[in-house]
Design a binder for this molecule. Structure first.
Ligand code: NDP
Length: 286
């Protein structure tokens, strides 16, 4: 049986450290990191996300500023809000909740966020920094995956890491972050000739597809470390990952559950990036 990598427990530990650092900033500089969250429309799922983010900020002492806009808001109005948040000294991080309504060009909005406040790590500047291995904001979910691997004591140097999925928000950035840690990285996608063979070579497997149980447990190399990013709702209402858990659990040395694996780390990494943004702003002003 594999060790279960408990995302909730790791997130709690990381959050504790973030809170200590936030308290330190308050004591030394008399300032609290601030996160602005912009939500357009009234999608109930997005509202729950935003509420959870607000709660998590409060727990660690980060100030949160919510901006709820109607679905009819124009692109120009939304851009004006982003520009004003870019200038606001109390706001260190800006997160624009996706998806945006169809009449708004998401890239235009995401690119309008100051790269200094890009706590989501979606700005082309942040993505470029990741590609060249320079300091910058890393996207939250891939950063959470890396923290889980670290917490599980998984050495990456020289290991075969296989990433299934090549999206800009998970697959590609996590592959680059594994490369940064000296793993030998393979990226798989829907046109990969034999997914089974690629998966079978993985010492470290990160799966981000969005299809329940697509990666079969018996493909997994014995002793591999498996991180399942996928979140899929089954007809019975339960959440499940992209990896067939029961059989994978018998072969892997460590594995993340769904739910309770990567999910709890994502908001935690948003707090981490907001703290980083606040610390960076102090450095720039000194
Ligand atoms: P995307 O839909 O953007 O990307 C999915 C990727 O999977 C694509 O690269 C696609 O390949 C690949 N793929 C699809 N079918 C196959 C197949 N049969 N074999 C191999 N590869 C395949 O999804 P995201 O990256 O945004 O999200 C992936 C999953 O992670 C989702 O379940 C999502 O809900 C979850 N997620 C969870 C988060 C969390 O906090 N826990 C955060 C973000 C995402 P191609 O490029 O060729 O189409």
């Amino acid at each position: 049986m594999a060790a279960i990598i408990d995302g909730k427990a790791v997130a709690r530990e990381v959050q504790k450290k973030i809170k200590e650092e936030v308290d330190g900033l308050e004591r030394r500089w008399g300032m609290a990191p601030g996160l602005a969250v912009v939500l357009v429309g009234d999608d109930p799922g997005s509202h729950i996300y935003v509420k959870n983010k607000e709660k998590a900020c409060k727990e660690v002492g980060i100030k949160s500023f919510e901006h709820f806009l109607p679905a009819t808001v124009s692109e120009k109005e939304l851009l004006a809000l982003v520009h004003s948040l870019n200038k606001d000294k109390d706001v260190h991080g800006i997160l624009v909740q996706l998806p945006l309504p169809a009449h708004i060009r998401s890239e235009r909005i995401l690119q309008a966020v100051s790269p200094f406040k890009d706590v989501d790590g979606f700005h082309p500047v942040s993505q470029g920094m990741l590609v060249i291995g320079a300091d910058g904001f890393r996207p939250c979910t891939p950063l959470g995956v890396m923290k889980l691997l670290e917490a599980a004591g998984c050495a990456l140097k020289g290991k075969n890491a296989v990433v299934v999925g090549r999206s800009n928000i998970v697959g590609k950035p996590v592959a680059l972050m594994l490369l940064e840690k000296h793993a030998t990285v393979t990226i798989c996608h829907s046109r990969t000739a034999s997914l089974r063979d690629e998966v079978a070579r993985a010492d470290v497997l990160v799966v981000a597809i969005g299809k329940a149980g697509l990666v079969r447990g018996d493909w997994i190399k014995p002793g591999a470390v498996v991180i399942d990013v996928g979140v899929n709702r089954l007809p019975n209402g339960k959440l499940t990952g992209d990896v067939e858990f029961e059989t994978a659990n018998e072969r892997a040395s460590a594995i993340t559950p769904v739910p309770g694996g990567v999910g709890p780390m994502t908001i935690c990494m948003l707090l981490y990036n907001t703290l980083k943004a606040a610390k960076d702003s102090i450095q720039r002003e000194r």
